[in-house]
Design a protein around this ligand. Structure first.
Ligand SMILES: [Zn+2]
Ligand SMILES: [Zn+2]
Length: 264
C-alpha cells in the first residue's frame, strides 16, 4: 500500500489522500477536493484513480468528486446513508465492508458517526494499520458536531471503536489542525509534557507538505479527547462545570470538552 498525503494549502487546511496498489498502479482518492493536485500527483506516479471515496458529505470533502470522476471515470464510494447528500454515489458502505484497491490493498470500512451521522473511516489491512479518519479524529483533536453530528455519538465512536485500534495505527486525518489542537490540549492540561514538547518542536518545523504522521499511541498522549481520565483534565472540567460533581464519567468529560472546544 502506498499512501500519498496531499496538502491542499486552502483556508480549510484540508488533506487529500491517494492510496495506491504498488503492483497494478490502481489508486483510491479520498476526499479529493483539490482535484488538480490529486490528478497531477496520480499522473506523476503513473497511477490510475479508479475509485473516489468521501469520508462524509461536507463540501470540503466532496467538492472535487465531479472533476476527478470526469477525468478518470472512477467509481464513487461513501457511507450507505450519504446518498441523499452526495451526488452520483456508486457504492454505499457499511461497517465491515472491504474496499479493495488493485491486487494488494484492502481497506476496512468503519461506521463512525459523530461529526456527521454518515461518516466512514477506512482502516488498512496492513501489518502496520493506517486509519483514514476524515473529520472524526484529528491529530490532537476531534471533529465538531455542528454540521449534522451528535457529540454523544462521537464519544461512542471514540470509546468503542477508535480507542480499541492497535496503538501502532497511523492516523491520517482530513485536516491539518495539529499545532492549533495542541494549544487546546495544553489549555486543558498545562502539565502535559509530551504535548508541550511536541508543540515546541513543531513551532519551527511544522510543514503541512511533509506533515508529521502520528500514531494512536501518540494520540493517547496528546489528544485531550483520549485523555478523559487525566486528573488535570477532570479537575478542569469540574471547575468549569461544577454541576458534573466530583467524579464525572469519561462520557461526561468528553461531552464537556467538546463543548469547551467549540468556543476555545
Ligand atoms: Zn466535515
Ligand atoms: Zn472537513
Amino acid at each position: 500500500m502506498i499512501v500519498e498525503q496531499i496538502w491542499t494549502g486552502n483556508d480549510y487546511r484540508n488533506f487529500n489522500y491517494l492510496i495506491a496498489c504498488g503492483e497494478t498502479g490502481e489508486a483510491l482518492a479520498i476526499d479529493p477536493l483539490d482535484h488538480e493536485k490529486c490528478l497531477s500527483r496520480a499522473r506523476d506516479r503513473g497511477w490510475e484513480i479508479t475509485q473516489v471515496l468521501n469520508t462524509h458529505e461536507h463540501f470540503d470533502h466532496t467538492g472535487g468528486n465531479a472533476a476527478v470522476i470526469r477525468a478518470t471515470g472512477a467509481k464513487l464510494l461513501a457511507h450507505a446513508n450519504a446518498g441523499s447528500s452526495i451526488e452520483g454515489m456508486d457504492r454505499g458502505l457499511g461497517a465491515g465492508d472491504v474496499v479493495a484497491v488493485g491486487k494488494t490493498v484492502e481497506l476496512l470500512a468503519l461506521d463512525t458517526p459523530g461529526h456527521t451521522m454518515s461518516h466512514v473511516c477506512l482502516l488498512s489491512k496492513t501489518e502496520t494499520p493506517a486509519l483514514f479518519c476524515g473529520d472524526t479524529l484529528f491529530n490532537a483533536g476531534a471533529g465538531n458536531c455542528h454540521g449534522g453530528g451528535h457529540p454523544e455519538e462521537l464519544f461512542t465512536t471514540f470509546d468503542r471503536q477508535l480507542a480499541e485500534l492497535p496503538d501502532t495505527t497511523l492516523i491520517y486525518a482530513g485536516h491539518d489542525y495539529l499545532t492549533n489542537n495542541l494549544g487546546f490540549t495544553l489549555d486543558r492540561e498545562p502539565d502535559n509534557a509530551v504535548a508541550k514538547k511536541l508543540l515546541d518542536d513543531l513551532r519551527d518545523s511544522h510543514d503541512p507538505d511533509n506533515a508529521m504522521v502520528t500514531t494512536l499511541a501518540i494520540e493517547k498522549d496528546i489528544n485531550t479527547f483520549f485523555r478523559l481520565t487525566s486528573p488535570t483534565v477532570i479537575a478542569g472540567i469540574v471547575e468549569a462545570f461544577p454541576e458534573v460533581g466530583d467524579s464525572p464519567s469519561p462520557r461526561e468529560v468528553f461531552l464537556r470538552l467538546r463543548e469547551l472546544r467549540n468556543s476555545w
